[in-house]
Design a protein around this ligand. Sequence first.
Ligand code: GLY
Ligand code: MN
Ligand code: MN
Length: 469
Amino acid sequence: MQSVKTLFSKETYASRREQLRRDVGHGIIVLPGNHEASCNYPDNTYWFRQDSTFLYFFGLQREDLVGVLDCDTGKDYLFGNDYDIDDIIWTGPLPSVSDLAASVGVSESGDMAALQSLCNKAAASARRVHYLPPYRADIQRQLSLLLGLRYDAVCCHASMDLVKACVKQRSIKSAEEVEEIEKAIATAYNMHVGAMKMAFEGRYEYELAGFMEGEARKGNGPVSFPVIMTIHGETLHNHGHNNRLEKGRMLVMDAGCETAMNYCSDITRSVPVGGRFDARQRAIYEIVLKAQMETIRISRPGITYQQVHTAISKVLAEGYKGLGILRGNVDDIVAAGAHSLLMPHGLGHMMGLDVHDMENYGQINVGYDEETRPSTQFGLGSLRCGRKLESGFVVTDEPGCYFIPALIDKWHAEGTNKDFVNFDELEKWKDFGGIRIEDDILITPDGCRVLGKPIPKTVDEIEATMSAC
Ligand code: GLY
Ligand code: MN
Ligand code: MN
């Protein structure tokens, strides 16, 4: 049964819903919660993950619920079928739907037949029904049946007014949300520091990944995405864990967790197997760290994250020039996107109830606005959040450096950015692997703050942590 500790106050949910009704203006808003999803046979389900929009406005963890907001009357509803004794003998006593509704300040509740009747009435009186683009087939089917739409027409009728109103509210994290995110980072601290201390030759990636999953569970939540734990960090989202840790490799550990209320953390640390950086590893690490710290130095309300991405790209390019990997004027290198050969991803993304926050609304609707549009350039085009920063945003700061042999060979063969890239020098680095360093930062009124207890990050801090075991 859901404990009260997994909810904010009723007033928090009521005021979020009131704001949403006001921002959307007219019609009704239908917000389905998630259903259980079967894994390998019907009763063996994946871990249940509630929909984040439903969590934001209704907070409830139970499956098969639907929230409705009536913008014209100001009424909120919770719909779901109560469990009967045949369920309760398996699940134990569970609160009724009306009790659940009351726990989050909703006065109206009913069963799924009542929801269908409300939707039918809305259709009969040609009221606008707002819903979000579904990202699960079962929800798409539920909306199709509820609203009398063809299954494949459901996505076309999703409401952009609702998307915009949700993005507007969820982008600005309240103090109590930041507190939850910092709890998730406290658990991530244990995950990362513990794994660092295991990063010695002869261990296997899966041992460290398994340790991290256990630490996440000890924090009363799951991992916030599949753990990346790899000595082949040049593969950006490498989810394989079968390699033996070998001396001379950098180990990229990108992992976070969710709290019991599903607020996330997303942290990356890269450490040398064995605990001592060699000269090459230290050189690349210091360049990436300098870029990561540059984000923290310049991020503040008013600057766009696209501008921050460009500024830190110059720090990276300057560093690679010093190593003889790139050549030419730094501004020209970055304008041409030549540095993206070594960082083909963006600087970061929003984070909150989703590790890539609100990505189900469509990245362009979350990370961009009328003023800041996504770039089409390789690398910068992968930036998930480019828009102007505002106080209350939580974004990740995650530059990296990756020597991707297939990409280097392709650019070399095609002569891409050949004026800026020293392919002969680069040949020597093709066995390096990758490095990424990631923290979660809160934009404050006059700058930004790295969230959570600091996790060892400098060369000295990492070497000291790994030597103390
Ligand atoms: N863990 C995926 C990311 O950092 O975006
Ligand atoms: Mn990450
Ligand atoms: Mn991230």
